[in-house]
Design a protein around this ligand. Structure first.
Ligand SMILES: C[S@@+](CC[C@H](N)C(=O)[O-])C[C@H]1O[C@@H](n2cnc3c(N)ncnc32)[C@H](O)[C@@H]1O
Length: 209
């Protein structure tokens, strides 16, 4: 149910129409987005021969930088914006839990600020489906929010003060994330952190084994 609500939230007109303005609306957010973008691009390390899939491309903030790429999302309106930003991308309306691709289709998968909205059951489903379409030894880059007590305590007020919108975030401890990835058949490779006002965003590069 949670994954359905997540999908529906990003199909609402007021969310689609204001997404870029929200995410890049202040100097702090622009700076953080820039740092995040550079880390994602560094970890995906895209070569011209790589077949890359982006999951949950939304309005194309990352898609724009990826050159030739297959980008999926469940929001038609977001996909239109992404295609305008990167005309060489193949953009498709598709569900990350049921991807319309054969097994072993991609060398690399990248997904930014998407799985951070998944509870553990849904995260495991997304990992399984990505593993299916990823070649053995393929690379997966994604982010998560680190669990910490301060975050849990002040998150409610923080959202109100800084007028943060967006769907609920599910934080994970590093230990738990390692266990989940291990159980779902991924090897831990690189982990980078971005400090923000109430915690840390974790950017992970893992390998399908
Ligand atoms: C927070 S936005 C993130 C976007 C983008 N990657 C970025 O960093 O700006 C989450 C995106 O995930 C998409 N989404 C939600 N459920 C999905 C699903 N089941 N399959 C594919 N995309 C989905 C939403 O439509 C939305 O565009």
């Amino acid at each position: 149910m949670s994954k359905e609500k997540f999908k529906e939230y990003y199909q609402e007109d007021n969310v689609t129409g204001t997404y870029d303005a929200q995410r890049l609306g202040t100097e702090y957010r622009r700076k953080k987005r820039g740092i995040e973008l550079n880390l994602f691009l560094e970890l995906i390390d895209k070569h011209p021969e790589d077949k890359v899939l982006e999951i949950g491309c939304s309005s194309g903030f990352l898609t724009e930088q990826l050159g030739v790429v297959t980008a999926v999302d469940t929001s038609k309106e977001m996909l239109k914006i992404a295609k305008k930003k990167n005309p060489s991308a193949i953009v498709l309306e598709a569900d990350m839990f049921k991807l319309p691709f054969d097994d072993n289709s991609f060398d690399k998968i990248i997904t930014m600020r998407v799985w951070t909205h998944l509870n553990e059951d849904d995260l495991r489903l997304a990992l399984k489906e990505s593993k299916r379409v990823l070649k053995s030894g393929g690379i997966l880059v994604f982010d998560a929010e680190e669990k910490n007590w301060l975050r849990r305590f002040i998150h409610f007020f923080y959202k109100k003060i800084f007028r943060i919108t967006g769907y609920k975030i599910y934080p994970y401890s590093i230990k738990r994330m390692k266990e989940i990835l291990n159980e779902e058949g991924f090897g831990w490779e690189i982990c980078k952190f971005i400090n923000h006002r109430i915690g840390r965003q974790i950017i992970l590069r893992v390998t399908s084994i």
